[in-house]
Design a protein around this ligand. Structure first.
Ligand code: BGC
Length: 364
């Protein structure tokens, strides 16, 4: 799905840096209620379809979208689909009925919304994929996300660095966990991490004692902590009788804490373990020397950027993108605005959240 080479990555990162500067100085679009060419009325309904509350970032997004869209003069219609895919399909249909001009979608399953997205497009709405790509459809206009492949690369590199610091020479025993296979991000995170880890597995530096090194073997259905914990229990019992578990690739914080719970219950020393999302409990765990790393993907910035796109569309402007080649959804390459994720370990945890109102005070 993701097609990007090393040179492409470097160029994309440079472009992001350049555009980040531009974005800081951009003019506020659409400050009046007049409609630009191809734009729409300022007080229009904007739909935001969020998935299940599988991590804190989604919960934060709800309030940020409600507050940010309201203060920009729009009517936010923000919905969670805790009941699953069919609930999300119904919510998108209801947004169309209410006349949403833009529908922002954080999909539970990016491949299951084709019918609703077509209806949305036919109604004249613009579709923005938020955080997770929408798959197998031409009816997605933009993608706004942290660079998911880069998230995986940072996780893979942190895992190697952490293990090396603890034990300078290998081989190292590791296990691999991935996210939910219905979430388009899960494979991209895993592929990013494996771009770093696979060569080390191939040369014998890393040993996956369970033998479960493929994405399909590593997945965690529904991003559920209990599923990761159960799999960790099984791996520890089956493959780590007397062997040490040196490292674990975990795709996010919720699953990292679940794996740590399992390792503690097995009475084993804690492995170097990665995460993502900067969840409160994981930042505390890093400060306590348990979880090794997380990723800072500030939800405030991501929501803010999605709202910048809505403002541009309202004013009849084409939203700014900084990547037009990385995220192919099997039907089209979706024009994207990618933000850069930041790795956080004990080494930078005190500075990483300096401007975060919740995490900042935790690290003081
Ligand atoms: C998000 C992650 C999150 C995961 C589970 C992914 O799509 O990008 O930040 O940890 O979903 O909610």
């Amino acid at each position: 799905m993701r097609m990007i080479g090393k040179a492409g990555k470097a160029a994309a990162i440079a472009a992001i840096a350049a555009l980040a500067l531009t974005a800081c100085g951009r003019a506020e679009p659409g400050t009046t209620s007049t409609t630009g060419a191809g734009g729409f009325e300022k007080n229009s309904s904007i739909g935001v379809a969020l998935p299940q509350k599988t991590s804190e970032n989604w919960v934060l997004a709800e309030k940020l979208f409600n507050d940010g869209l309201s203060s920009a003069g729009f009517k936010p219609d923000v919905q969670f689909a805790n009941g699953g895919v069919s609930e999300q399909q119904n919510q998108i249909s209801a947004m169309i009925t209410k006349g949403a001009k833009v529908i922002i979608v954080g999909a539970i399953d990016g491949a299951q919304l084709g019918t609703q997205l077509k209806q949305a497009k036919d109604s004249g709405a613009t579709i923005i994929a938020y955080d997770r790509l929408l798959l197998n459809t031409e009816n997605v206009d933009y993608y706004v996300a942290y660079d998911n492949f880069k998230v995986g690369v940072l996780q893979g590199q942190a895992l190697l660095d952490g293990m090396k610091t603890k034990k300078p020479t290998g081989p190292y025993n590791i296990e691999l966990f991935a996210g939910s296979p219905d979430d388009a991000n899960a494979k991209v995170f895993f592929d990013g991490a494996m771009s770093i880890l696979k060569p080390k597995i191939d040369d014998g530096t890393l040993k996956v004692l369970s033998g479960q090194a493929s994405f399909e073997q590593a997945v965690t259905q529904g991003w559920k902590a209990e599923n990761a914990q159960r799999r960790a229990d099984t791996l520890l019992t089956g493959s780590y009788g007397t062997a040490s578990l040196d490292g674990v690739l975990s795709p996010n914080d919720t699953l990292a804490r679940a794996v740590l719970t399992s390792v503690k219950a097995a009475g084993k020393p804690l492995p170097i373990i990665t995460g993502q999302d900067s969840e409160v409990e994981s930042v505390k765990s890093i400060l306590a020397g348990e979880q090794y790393s997380t990723i800072n993907k500030d939800t405030r910035k991501l929501v803010e950027h999605a709202i910048v796109m809505v403002k541009d569309l309202q004013a009849g402007k084409t939203p700014e993108i900084n990547d037009d080649k990385s995220y192919n959804n099997t039907v089209k390459t979706v024009p994207a605005f990618l933000l850069p994720p930041v790795i956080v370990t004990a080494a930078n945890v005190k500075t990483a959240y300096a401007d975060d109102p919740v995490l900042g005070p935790l690290t003081k």
